[in-house]
Design a protein around this ligand. Structure first.
Ligand code: ADP
Ligand code: ZN
Ligand code: MG
Length: 501
């Protein structure tokens, strides 16, 4: 953009992302070292990930499989052959002085992901996704990168498999980036290739520039390639959460627009997001591709994925599943969203819905179970080994063996909280028995009804004098006598029948 002063209304925001996600594998991408975090630095290492002379990389099949799954999920082209390159640069976290990555033949090309923001759906193009190894990590002791006394290096992370997902510059606002990252995370978790809870599992480099609003096509929102190429952009690094991405980009939008409106040019550079201060700071001028002297990784032969890729399957994805839940089970939007929030929740709901009425299944999974879990800061994965027990709980309600109220307030809560007598994780039937919740049989309820009428002549008189509310007192007496296990509606009917006979 020209350095001519412009007002901010004439300007449009352009953002493109490079998202690094850690693929969930047991071992590193080119050696057998574990990817589990370790307490001690430099204990998850071997000659390969330490870059010792003569050590040779062996590609992890699981990492390739995970990348193919992602490729299929984003509708990417997966070529017949894919290849690895060396990206050369010197930095203490990179033991070989080059990173094994992919260059002109990445595993995924030309994909897309649909995002929705404020009810509007948009497709974000994905230029490519490629496999690479993570470098190690540095610990600056006694300060930050420029004030530390000295720096320690830990190669435990070195060689962790990453998939770098590069989007087209299709975002027009920071908030869209947040929607995209949420959507991407959801898809990756459905594919079971990613763990959002893992430290450092998501890192984002965000590219941002400001162009003339007049260059944006009113209808399609498209911007000519020449405009995109000519725009001076910054690349913001060190973003590790959805929220940080939105904040860092909002900061950059203001900073760049301010510069332009004052007639200054935005420098093409790499900037660092300072989370604590909430600002981006200049790091260095942006490196060009030639700085990396890419050349083919001769220690890894080209990888043929032609036949293999067709055998790799992916599960139904969240959007499709949400749609199907609404149609097949007649769920509302909110329930369908909740029940597809993770694959585990959706799978469990379908198991319950297969045996009981869909609306009962939806209430018990979406409202009761997820509600109680959420209240305890727990996830469905924390009770995954007990899903049979929760299924049984729904069965107890469906067959009217216990009341919904007791199921929720006593059985479910005791199952999650445990009790002194029943231990930490009691089964539903044990709670029902210990608490005496089994629905009292008809005869017992009738006896309690008769007793309540005999023992409370005042309430009976009131009822006969036209005070209909008096019946509630009698219902209460019967409920108490039956330990809360009778159905209040039934008790009410029985009382009326007996009082009016
Ligand atoms: P580089 O040569 O710097 O690696 P690429 O064309 O590979 O550039 O793009 C890197 C990232 O920059 C991509 O995520 C892309 O969407 C984004 N990008 C490209 N042009 C722009 C622009 N004008 N403004 C913001 N982001 C852009
Ligand atoms: Zn290793
Ligand atoms: Mg690039």
């Amino acid at each position: 953009m020209s350095a001519q002063a412009a007002t901010t209304e004439d300007l449009a925001v352009v953002i493109g992302l490079e998202v690094h996600v850690q693929l969930e594998t047991d071992t590193k991408i080119f050696c057998g070292c574990s990817t589990e975090p370790a307490e001690e630095p430099n204990t998850r290492t071997c000659p390969v990930c330490l870059g010792l002379p003569g050590a040779l990389p062996v590609l992890n099949e699981g990492a390739v499989e995970a990348a193919v799954k992602v490729g299929k999920a984003i509708d990417a082209t997966i070529p017949e052959t894919t290849r690895f390159h060396r990206k050369n640069y010197f930095y203490p976290d990179l033991p070989k002085n080059f990173q094994i990555t992919q260059y002109d033949e990445p595993i995924c090309q030309d994909g897309e992901l649909e995002i929705s923001h404020e009810g509007e759906h948009r497709v974000v193009g994905i230029e490519r996704a490629h496999l690479e190894e993570d470098p190690g990590s540095l610990r600056h002791v006694g300060g930050s990168i420029d004030t530390a006394e000295y720096t320690l290096v830990d190669y435990n992370r070195a060689g962790t498999p990453l998939l770098e997902i590069v989007t087209e510059p299709d975002f027009r606002a920071p908030v869209e980036v947040r929607s995209f990252l949420a959507k991407l995370t959801e898809v990756l978790e459905y594919l079971a290739v990613f763990d959002a809870e893992r430290d450092g599992s998501l890192r984002v480099d965000a590219n941002i520039s400001i162009v003339d609003a007049a260059d944006v096509d009113d209808e399609t929102g498209e911007i000519p390639v020449s405009v995109l190429e000519d725009a001076n952009r910054t690349e913001v690094k060190n973003i590790s959460s959805h929220k940080a991405a939105e904040q860092a980009l909002a900061y950059e939008v203001t900073r760049q627009k301010n510069a332009i409106s004052r007639g200054r040019e935005v420098a093409q550079e790499t900037r660092h997001w300072d989370e604590a201060k909430g600002v981006t700071v200049s790091m260095r001028s942006k490196e060009a591709e030639k700085d990396y002297r890419y050349f083919e990784e001769a220690d890894l032969p080209p990888l043929e994925v032609a036949d293999w890729k067709d055998t790799i399957e992916i599960p139904e994805l969240p959007d499709a599943r949400r749609e199907r839940f609404r149609e097949e089970y007649g769920l509302g939007r909110e329930a369908a969203d909740k029940l597809t929030s993770t694959k585990q929740v959706a799978d469990f709901f379908e198991r319950v819905a297969a045996d009981f009425a869909p609306d009962l299944a939806a209430t018990w999974v979406a409202d009761e179970l997820l509600g109680e879990l959420n209240y305890r800061d727990m996830e469905i994965t924390d009770v995954e080994d007990r899903l049979d027990e929760f299924h049984r709980l729904v069965e107890l309600v469906a067959t009217e063996e216990i009341t919904a109220k007791n199921a929720r307030e006593v059985v479910l809560r005791t199952m999650l909280d445990g009790s002194d007598d029943l231990g930490e994780r009691p089964a539903p039937d044990d709670v029902v028995e210990a608490e005496g919740l089994g629905k009292t049989d008809e005869g017992e309820i009738e006896a309690a009804v008769t007793a309540a009428i005999e023992e409370n002549p005042d309430a009976v008189d009131d009822f006969h004098d036209g005070d209909d509310g008096a019946i509630n007192f009698l219902v209460g007496q019967v409920m108490q006598a039956t330990g809360g296990s009778a159905d209040p509606g039934t008790v009410n009917e029985l009382l009326r029948a007996e009082l009016e006979s």
